[in-house]
Each structure stands twice: as C-alpha cells, then as structure tokens.
Design a protein around this ligand. Sequence first.
Ligand SMILES: Nc1ncnc2c1ncn2[C@@H]1O[C@H](COP(=O)(O)OP(=O)(O)O)[C@@H](O)[C@H]1O
Ligand SMILES: [Mg+2]
Length: 387
Amino acid sequence: MSGFNNRNHAVLLPERLARFGPVEPGAKVKVRIPTEHRSLPFDQAIWPEEAAVLRTVSRHLPNVPKVLATRRGFSVQTFAEGTELAAIWGSKPNVKGGVVEGLASLFAALARIPVDELPKPPAGWPAFGDSTGFIHCLIDYTRTRVEAPAHARYGPLFGALGFPADALRRFSDGLPRDGLTPRPFVLLHADLHPRNLIYNEEDGSLHAIDWELAMVGDPVHDLAIHLCRTEYPNRGERQRFISAWHRAVRAANLPAVADYRRDLPWYVGYQRVRSVYTDVIRSVELLGPAPTGEELDARAAAVCRVLARAWAPVGLPGSPSLGGVRAALRDWAAERSEPGPPLADLRARLRRRLAEARTAFSGYFAGAPAPLPPDGPPASASRMRAR
Ligand SMILES: Nc1ncnc2c1ncn2[C@@H]1O[C@H](COP(=O)(O)OP(=O)(O)O)[C@@H](O)[C@H]1O
Ligand SMILES: [Mg+2]
C-alpha cells in the first residue's frame, strides 16, 4: 500500500513484538517505509519523527495507529481494518452522513489535545496564537523550498502556463492589512483527506492515518487543507461539513473558531496557490516524452483546473486557456532535456529501501516484509493524490 511518501507492508505481528504492545500476537500490523523524495519537498514536516507525535495523539484519540517499534526511520504500527474512505466517498451518500459528523469530531478531538504534551515546534515557529505569523510562515516555506526551485527547474513551463515566479508574494500582498484573527494553536493533522482515513463499516468509526505532516498551528489551516483535498460533490455538502466542523470545534475549544469565516478563504487561497506547484510538477513528472493526444487532453484539463483556482488568489486577470495549457505541456514534454529517472531506477531504489527495512527489523520479523514482485509497479507512479 503506498501513497506519495510511504510504502506500507501489512504483516502479522510476531510474538516477540507483541510482548511490548497493545496488540495480540498474530494481529495484522504495518511496517511503514518512508520512500525517498523524488521531487521537491512540497510539504513542510516540522517534526522529524511521526512516532513521537503518534505517542501523544494515541493517548487522546483511540482511532489512530499505535507505534509498536521504530528502527532507523522505519516503524511498525497497528493496522486499521476497514476501507480507505476515498474508495467509498462518492458512492455511498448514506454512509457519508455519519462520516461527516465523525470527521468533525476528529477535528474537535485534535483541538482538545493539550499542546504542551506535543513535541516542541522548531526554532522560529510563530508564537502560539499568532495566526498572522503562522500563515506567513507557511507562505515563506513554500516560497523558498518549493516556488523558487520550481521556477529554477521548470521555469519555461511555468512561463508558458502564464504562472508568475512571484505568485506567493502576490498572494501574500493581498492578505488583510490588519492580519488574521488570533486563534489558539492546536495540533493539526495537516493532511486529513479521504485517502488518509480508514472507514470501518462494522461500527462506522473513522481511523486517521499518515501523521507525518502533523504540526501545531491555526485550526483553520487544517480545515482548509481538508476542504481543498476532498471532493465534495456540491457546495451544499461542503457547507454542511463546514457547519459540522464549526459546531464540533467550537464545543471543544471556543476561541479556535473565532472569525473562521473571514479567514478561511485566505487559507484556501494559500492551498490553491501551492497546489499549482505540486500538481503541475507531479503531472509533468508522470508525462512521457511523447504523450498521446488523450493523455495530453486529460493532463491539460487537470492542470487548467488547478491553475484556474489559483488565478484570482494570485491577482491575475482573466483565466487560463485550456488550449494554451495543452500546448505548454506538449512543448515541455517534447523539449525537456532531462527526462525523469527511468522506472527501473525507481524500482531499484524501492527495493533498496525494502531491504533496509528488513534488516532493521530482522530481530522481529523472519523474512518480512516480503520483497516486491520482479515486475511490480513503482511506488505511487500511477497514483495521484488529490491536492
Ligand atoms: N494503518 C493502516 N491501516 C489500513 N490501511 C493503511 C494504514 N496505513 C496505510 N494504509 C494504506 O496505505 C496508503 C498509504 O499510506 P500513507 O501512510 O497514507 O502513505 P503516504 O504518506 O505515502 O500518503 C493509505 O492511503 C491506506 O490505503
Ligand atoms: Mg497518505
């Protein structure tokens, strides 16, 4: 099971590890193997150890992975039985009613966790409650670690797409002069969308996984991330979730929702601008040198949608043209001098990581996790996370 950043192997818990943990021998657990960054560091991870965050979170929330062991950056965690919420999100509206409330309670539970139990944020992190400093900190990260290298590496492409090299400065200049409303900082999951939620059909519970981007900050940022990475079928459903979030989080931590209606659009705007970099780059990295017309059409439509959402937040006039985007992608594919690493290289790298994980846990698992099949697909090369 893999996403963009990790490969997870489900294995049965050996006796030796069960002695230390809350699960029975023979229960299914997962070995989590961080994969190497193939691209730019799109996401800001403020805590190096997901396990440290999970130790605190699991004291307060029942439905999160419990860490059973860590070795050299790999970890063994409990496995959530159920279905990835993304697989049933669009198709079962009857399920969604309960899920919306469950999700809202998850955000409320986060807003209740005492922040002094969390690992310390890095030096220079905004003072707790300084929402204005927080949004600027997010913008600064993306400007320096994503936007600048993106334009250095893919300058002609962004030029052809009409997307300016100073998009984030332009967005930042538009923020309200008097700043955002101060809200108490809380623990944020920072990637809570249906691919990171496991739904248990038996009891209707939701299990939140993938905590490596967790941070402490303005709760409205977490809401914006969820809204931008989750496809609500229409405005009414989206609004229904926002109201449920408001009710639940207000009951947990009243000042955490102060003025959220006024400030939510700024966090959504930030997501839309940063998504241009993540989505355009991931799109062209998956594009072969001679894409078919159909592939170009599909990618151009997706990129055009992402650009259109960021157009106004960046203060650009008009809207991007689908034909222009298609031509930009076609020319980029034809002209780029450095194609991405061949799939065989990616596979070899993944095999190396698996072997490392096997060595790290050799005392516990005889021969697990299992190796990749010889012609198995490369990690995540064919899946694109909604951003
Ligand atoms: N504890 C778990 N229980 C069930 N499925 C899981 C669990 N952890 C991961 N998965 C599956 O593996 C996929 C990728 O794992 P994730 O931790 O989200 O990796 P990434 O950081 O790359 O997104 C998830 O979308 C989910 O389908
Ligand atoms: Mg994930």
